[in-house]
Design a protein. Structure first.
Length: 294
């Protein structure tokens, strides 16, 4: 007997030309008798810009939803926004990639029917991924302080570099003079961190990396530490402010505040098909080890 599942749908609100994928997804879910709830901003986008059949969908706002599985249709940015909404609910998230690379959202639209057949048979993995938690002394952060990918400390404009004094478990590590510093989880190690020379971390490694952005010193290199260690940061800037970006959500902070990064007390669970592996994704998505001479 087929299980009755409830799905929470999140999506990219900038891709009306790819609305056929949403229409197909809804047809698949309705064909399986699924209950579907949808974020209000995605619903409004689809209603205004597409001809998708939205009859019978339950609309929710903010964090006021529950489901057996969350669906993110878009790219990795859409997936990260969905993850911030799921938060501590720990609802498994399936990413359907209608973007470009799609490292987190790795189910292509032409795989949807097969993937949902497997989901309804219980043949999938829900990989637990660690999350970082950002706190501060003497300052209230405005945005959601949890990051699945990374927490980045960056200079705010094109002025001179910033100085970031980093401590690990209260022990001095380094004074970075750079354009910024990226603290990345294994999930985020293939994103922004990798683009500035950071290491790739295996999801199950229990580690995080600290990678400077354009450091002024040649002997400052990325470092990998245990994810249960605490990182404390003091920042100085000639403009007296800097940017804090958590999974791309940025806000301006004044120098003089102390930032602390810890491992969060919850996981984000990413749905993967049983035959998909991290190394397989590296080879397929990032052309890992590809040699054009062969």
């Amino acid at each position: 007997m087929q299980r009755n599942l409830r799905f929470a749908l999140f999506g990219n609100t900038y891709q009306e030309h790819k609305s056929a994928h949403v229409t197909h997804l809804l047809e698949i879910l309705r064909g399986k008798g699924a209950e579907i709830c949808i974020s209000n901003e995605f619903y409004d986008f689809l209603k205004q810009h597409t001809k998708a059949n939205l009859d019978g969908l339950e609309i929710f706002k903010g964090y006021d939803f529950n489901a057996d599985m969350a669906l993110s249709i878009g790219g990795d940015g859409t997936f990260l926004r969905a993850a911030s909404r799921v938060g501590k609910k720990e609802i498994p998230i399936l990413g359907i990639n209608t973007g470009r690379l799609g490292f987190l959202a790795d189910i292509s639209p032409d795989q949807m029917e097969e993937a949902f057949d497997e989901i309804y048979k219980g043949k999938y993995l829900a990989e637990p991924r660690r999350v970082l938690h950002l706190t501060s002394e003497g300052y209230v952060l405005k945005g959601y302080p949890y990051g699945l990918n990374e927490i980045a400390i960056l200079k705010r404009d094109s002025s001179s570099m910033i100085t970031i004094r980093a401590y690990i478990n209260s022990e001095p590590l380094c004074s970075y003079q750079a354009d910024g510093l990226i603290i990345a989880t294994p999930t985020g190690s293939t994103g922004y961190s990798l683009s500035v020379g950071g290491p790739i971390l295996v999801p199950q490694s229990g580690t995080i990396s600290l990678t400077p952005v354009a450091p002024h010193s040649l002997n400052v290199r990325p470092i990998v530490i245990r994810d249960d260690w605490e990182i404390t940061l003091d920042v100085e800037s000639r403009s007296h402010n800097f940017l804090v970006a958590v999974d791309g959500r940025s806000e301006t902070c004044r120098e003089g505040i102390r930032l602390t990064v810890r491992r969060a007390d919850y996981f984000v669970r990413i749905v993967k098909r049983c035959h998909h592996s991290f190394f397989n994704t590296l080879r397929e998505k990032m052309m890992w080890g590809a040699d054009s001479r062969l």
